[in-house]
Design a protein around this ligand. Structure first.
Ligand code: F6R
Length: 261
């Protein structure tokens, strides 16, 4: 697998670029530094962003860098991965509201360059096509940030999602409904459907950062990195991509051999 000369130091010489750090805080700091150096080098970068618990400290670090005058996001474009179906962006449990709370509301990302899927779009098919068109019109995603579900999902591409899939409406799996319940502040249940970038949309990104922390992710991480690519573990399809960086803490990496740096 290709390893670009710009590869950050510390990554193990494995087919996948895997960096294992002591703590989840160290992982977040390393991912934030990766993103900040991209944006510093190319202020008009196009970032693909994720929600969930894992990237929250990354966004906190980006906000801190902005407040310290060390980062300028005014020319940076973003595309979020996914959104719950049925939720307006004003709903507190929407990913749009999450992004406003965690990142956009405290930095100088420009609303015109921020792209979020509309969970309450009248026509999800049209919404999906328009999103793919907007990504293409932006020149494509330079760096896609991903978390991973304990069932191996990326975005809301659940096990079985075809590698050719594009942005579309999907059903969430029972394990995802259960995992995400605790993050619902206003809703008593997780919406059963979501709109998500597809596997092909994600794999089109020029560079991918997958971050995983905690023992709950260890099995999915091991399957994704060690097994042959298979749609039963969507994250394993990342091995088809030449430029994926895995940022893991020891707990998430605990089922990998020789991954320690
Ligand atoms: C979120 C997303 C999901 C999460 C995954 C892990 O936009 O696309 O794939 O990255 O469910 O979530 P956390 O980080 O909450 O464990």
């Amino acid at each position: 697998m290709n390893r670009p000369s710009s590869q950050p130091s510390g990554f193990s010489p494995r087919p996948a670029k895997v960096l294992v750090l002591d703590t989840s805080a160290a992982v977040a700091q390393a991912v934030a530094s990766h993103i900040l150096s991209k944006v510093k080098k190319s202020p008009a970068s196009v970032l693909g962003l994720a929600t969930g618990e894992t990237p929250k400290p990354v966004y906190a670090a980006l906000v801190a860098a902005y407040r310290a005058g060390e980062a300028d996001f005014s020319r940076t474009t973003t595309f979020n991965l996914d959104e719950y179906a049925g939720l307006a962006d004003s709903h507190p449990d929407s990913f749009a509201a999450y992004m406003e709370r965690e990142l956009f509301g405290a930095t100088n990302f420009q609303p015109a360059r921020v792209h979020l899927l509309k969970g309450d779009a009248a026509d999800m098919g049209e919404e999906a096509v328009a999103y793919e068109t907007a990504i293409a019109a932006s020149g494509g995603i330079d760096v896609q940030l991903l978390g991973i579900g304990s069932n191996g999902h990326i975005g809301f591409n659940e096990p079985g999602a075809p590698s050719s899939s594009r942005t579309r409406l999907v059903e969430l799996s029972p394990s995802t409904l259960e995992a995400n319940l605790s993050s619902m502040t206003a809703l008593g249940a997780v919406p059963r459907q979501a709109i998500t970038m597809g596997m092909a949309t994600i794999l089109d990104a020029r560079e991918i950062i997958l971050m995983a922390t905690g023992a709950r992710k260890a099995e999915a991480v091991a399957k994704a990195i060690l097994q042959d690519p298979d749609i039963s573990c969507p994250a394993s399809l990342l091995s088809l991509h030449p430029n994926v960086y895995w940022y893991l803490d020891h707990d998430a990496a605990s089922l990998l051999d020789n991954a320690r740096t």
